[in-house]
Design a protein around this ligand. Structure first.
Ligand code: SAM
Length: 201
């Protein structure tokens, strides 16, 4: 199992090739930096228990940083829709918890995994999905699917490279979520902002 945290040359070339063919789905030509990984570790650590759901795992830079930081493997699932990237994740980290799935239809899988792994709820959701490119109903499907089985304190941390929340704030409010601009990360290309979405009580 290879859990190095720095991306390899082949991570870059794989992502680059896929980005050329599916730019809206892949949405970046470079794996996230160590600084982005570290911020996602902070977001995961804030959840004292429960499943940590990583969305859009790609070549695995966030997954590797979470595991290197000591996250219990039994708590982690990494979701990736592209089968080439999913196969790389399985080779790199082993197949347990590496799911080749569409993040818009996760609720039944999360329910099954919670039962199987003995967790009560989802503790945190970490998303590098290009959610800005999703249709409005698909954005809602991702959020609702993850929050269906989430702790009341659970937080959905979402990366973006543009100013503003990638899910429009008025829509979040209408769907019962609040949004906070959580962190700005300059040490990434392109520089990134992390937003946090929570379910309103
Ligand atoms: C911006 S890349 C992030 C990759 C990696 N996590 C990183 O930080 O370098 C977005 C990833 O989300 C995946 N993705 C896009 N739409 C998806 C969906 N509906 N369900 C699951 N994964 C999806 C893409 O295939 C791609 O790997």
């Amino acid at each position: 199992m290879n859990t190095r945290t720095a991306p390899s040359l082949s991570d870059f070339t794989t992502l680059w090739r896929l980005w050329l063919t599916k730019p809206r789905q892949i949405a970046t030509w470079a794996p996230s930096s160590a600084a982005v990984g570290a911020a996602f570790v902070d977001a995961a650590t804030a959840a004292p228990d429960g499943l940590i759901v990583e969305l859009g795992a790609g070549t695995g830079p966030i997954t590797a940083t979470l595991l290197a930081a000591g996250l219990d493997r039994n708590r982690l699932i990494a979701v990736e829709a592209d089968h080439i990237l999913h196969a790389r994740l399985c080779r790199r980290f082993g197949p347990a918890g590496m799911l080749c799935l569409d993040a818009r239809a996760l609720a039944p899988t999360i329910a099954r995994l919670l039962r199987r792994r003995g967790h009560e709820h989802v503790g945190a959701i970490l998303s590098t999905l290009p959610i800005l490119n999703f249709d409005t109903p698909d954005q809602r499907a991702v959020l609702d699917g993850c929050f269906t089985h989430a702790a009341s304190s659970a937080c959905f941390t979402q990366i973006t490279y543009l100013p503003g929340s990638p899910v429009r704030r008025h829509r979040l409010e209408r769907w019962g979520y609040s949004a906070t601009r959580w962190r700005r990360i300059q040490r990434n290309w392109p520089p990134a902002t992390l937003w946090q979405y929570r379910r309103e009580p």
